[in-house]
Design a protein around this ligand. Structure first.
Ligand SMILES: Cc1cc2nc3c(=O)[nH]c(=O)nc-3n(C[C@H](O)[C@H](O)[C@H](O)COP(=O)(O)OP(=O)(O)OC[C@H]3O[C@@H](n4cnc5c(N)ncnc54)[C@H](O)[C@@H]3O)c2cc1C
Length: 323
């Protein structure tokens, strides 16, 4: 017999994985779908030679009890550790952020390399295209503008809630990854945020950070600079970034460079509810890092993705219990 999932979650980043965890705990039948080759989304780690570097989120902070409980488990399992900072410690994933996502999603039913292109309303709930899988409920966890595009493609933009989703815009982020011959000695943490040239937001040396055998550096450009230069050629962007970092990176010591373009990096506009309901029958939800509890003072980040996924998962648990 054809499977009818209790929930299909589109996007296996942290929001999707957290939503799945919540539903699996309640014995729901859940499928995660991601267009990428791996889970994790913006929890992204790239291997370069014998080294590696996080080129999405570098670290996360914890303000909520809910995430702190999880982080305490992750600390015990040896997946994360405190990187730096006392009052609000920055936690890093010991083997890289993507490895953390892989650990968290182990054992889950996941379909990778599969881009969902449309949702069709059917009697049982939703038909997910192009794969033709059926689900009673769906959670979209792609960056909000991509979820909006998916709903437009599905001709669902007249549903209640769509307009609010469509109002959420994201910044871009340009990230340079540089493989070095030697490790620059910036400081004890390998995290540089002060006295950088205009346009450079922060820099990380992953060897000093303690997750790479080779010195791989990442240079994160500011949202303003990234938005301005996003459509230029790779070569042009790389040259401008290298010029801006000359006081901290010796050009002659660079072995290779790569550029990562994040079209959706962080939300410009936040939605101050932990998830959004689309339509009026409690079967279609949008979740992700742009959705925040009203009392959350932070921005879109690892923690907001985690909390939003949990909240959307809980909502489906409750509405299916009431059936
Ligand atoms: C450069 C950069 C630096 C960052 N630094 C930090 C930091 O230091 N600290 C911090 O807390 N946060 C940081 N963040 C933010 C943090 O990474 C995100 O808030 C968080 O990882 C978002 O998780 P998510 O699950 O909401 O979305 P994502 O991780 O984006 O997951 C969404 C998933 O949906 C998939 N998807 C999209 N469309 C489809 C489709 N149609 N079909 C199937 N799959 C689809 C994508 O492939 C992706 O895997 C950073 C982000 C970036 C880009």
């Amino acid at each position: 017999m054809e499977t009818l999932y209790d929930a299909v979650i589109i996007g296996a980043g942290l929001a999707g994985i957290s939503a799945a965890e919540e539903l699996i705990e309640a014995k729901k039948r859940v499928l995660l779908i991601d267009k990428g080759r791996s889970v994790g989304g913006r929890l992204a780690t790239r291997r370069i030679g014998s080294g590696k570097a996080d080129h999405g989120a570098q670290f996360f902070t914890v303000r909520s009890e809910r995430l702190q409980e999880k982080v305490d488990e992750w600390l015990e399992k040896g997946w994360v550790k405190k990187w730096f900072g006392e009052d609000h410690p920055r936690y890093m994933a010991i083997e890289g952020m993507n490895h953390l996502a892989k650990q968290l999603s182990k054992g889950m039913d996941i379909k990778l390399n599969t881009q969902v292109t449309a949702l069709e309303s059917i009697e049982e709930g939703w038909l997910i295209q192009p794969i033709g899988i059926k689900a009673k409920a769906v959670i979209l966890t792609a960056p909000a503008p991509q979820s909006a595009d998916l709903l437009k493609n599905s001709e669902l933009e007249n549903l209640q809630g769509f307009k609010r989703l469509d109002d959420i815009k994201f910044h871009t982020c340009l990230v340079l990854l540089a493989e070095m011959k030697h490790s620059p000695k910036w400081n004890e943490t390998g995290f540089l945020k002060e006295n950088l040239a205009g346009g450079v937001d922060r820099m990380v040396n992953h060897m000093t950070k303690g997750m790479s055998d080779k010195p791989i550096l990442t240079v994160y450009m500011t949202a303003e600079w990234s938005n301005q230069h996003f459509n230029e050629d790779d070569e042009e962007i790389v040259e401008q970034i290298i010029k801006k970092t000359e006081s901290s990176i010796d050009r002659a010591d660079i072995q290779s460079v790569q550029l990562k373009r994040w079209k959706y990096s962080e939300a410009k506009h936040l939605y101050r509810q932990p998830f959004l309901t689309i339509g009026d029958d409690d079967s279609l939800f949008v979740s992700g890092d742009a959705f925040l509890f009203p009392d959350d003072q932070g921005g879109s980040r690892v923690e907001s993705a985690f909390l939003s996924g949990k909240a959307a998962g809980e909502k489906i648990k409750q509405s299916q219990k009431a059936e």
